[in-house]
Design a protein around this ligand. Structure first.
Ligand SMILES: O=c1ccn([C@@H]2O[C@H](COP(=O)(O)OP(=O)(O)O[C@H]3O[C@H](CO)[C@H](O)[C@H](O)[C@H]3O)[C@@H](O)[C@H]2O)c(=O)[nH]1
Length: 252
């Protein structure tokens, strides 16, 4: 399959590309050049129609990962750019994918659409309620995906949380200060530890999504069912996190 990873030069995109390059023809569109043997790198802006027009028609699947995460003191100033990229470029890429009859469009979303995710368990059937800029932008992009999904393109939002590098797993390293803070154990507010999302599990979920056919769906990829009561991944993809399964002590 010819797979276009928009914004694929980051943590999640490179983890996917490295694991998928043997089975697929992978192209990364990113503002930075990515050097990964066996993967084509195109430097370009996800917001620019021209970049997308060149690449989307040649793809069998488009995975949109480009995102800005407004953080810290600068957060308020980054809202405009975050909405433009996290929502606007998803709309552009999806519209083009439908027009070009690309079979699969995968929007990489986040469990941050739930305000309390990661601190308190999210109950079954909960409706996204995030109001922080990042989670809110992902909510808006999901709504755009639901509204714009049209045949023959199958559109899926994958809600990830705490994607880890293999060497850090089951712990997770904050992307805002990766070297300084180092990997840490994730914990709910009551101190219950839970594992991060392993890149092998993430890749498995994305691969299953690429061949899914049907109506728009937002699917939660939780590495630990204690963090959210949601069976969409199992029902729609036959997916559950496998890494460390059976080892009760994977996180302490
Ligand atoms: O205008 C821009 C801004 C950013 N990027 C690229 O987007 C990528 C984002 O990668 P990060 O490492 O910052 O992010 P992650 O791979 O960790 O994050 C991914 O996973 C998150 C969920 O955990 C989000 O859902 C998000 O959409 C997705 O980028 C980077 O290569 C960056 O260069 C662009 O191509 N264009």
């Amino acid at each position: 399959m010819r797979i276009l990873l928009i914004g694929g030069g980051g943590v999640v995109g490179t983890a996917l590309a490295m694991r998928m390059r043997d089975r697929h023809e992978v192209t990364i569109l990113d503002v930075r050049h990515v050097t990964l043997p066996g993967v084509s790198s195109v430097v370009g802006d996800a917001n620019e129609h021209e970049s997308l027009e060149d690449l989307v028609p040649a793809a069998d699947a488009v995975v949109h990962l480009a995102a800005i995460v407004p953080r810290g003191a600068e957060a308020a100033r980054q809202i405009d750019a975050a909405v433009r990229l996290n929502v606007g470029s998803v709309i552009q890429a999806l519209t083009l994918s439908v027009r070009e009859r690309v079979p699969s469009f995968v929007h990489i979303s986040s469990l941050s659409v739930f305000q309390e995710f990661g601190r308190h368990p999210i109950r079954a059937g909960a409706v996204p309620d995030a109001i922080a800029p990042y989670g809110l932008s992902k909510r808006l992009a999901e709504q755009a995906c639901a509204a714009l999904a049209a045949e023959p393109t199958t559109v899926t939002s994958l809600r990830l949380a705490f994607p880890a590098q293999a060497g850090d797993w089951p712990r997770w390293r904050s992307p805002s200060a990766p070297e300084v803070s180092g990997p840490r154990t994730l914990r709910l507010a009551d101190r219950t530890p839970y594992p991060a999302l392993h890149p092998d599990d993430l890749t498995d979920a994305v691969e299953r999504t690429l061949t899914r056919r049907g109506e728009y769906a937002a699917i939660a990829l939780a590495a630990d069912p204690r963090t959210i009561d949601d069976d969409t991944a199992l029902r729609l993809l036959g997916w559950s996190a496998q890494t460390g399964r059976g080892s009760v002590d994977c996180v302490r």
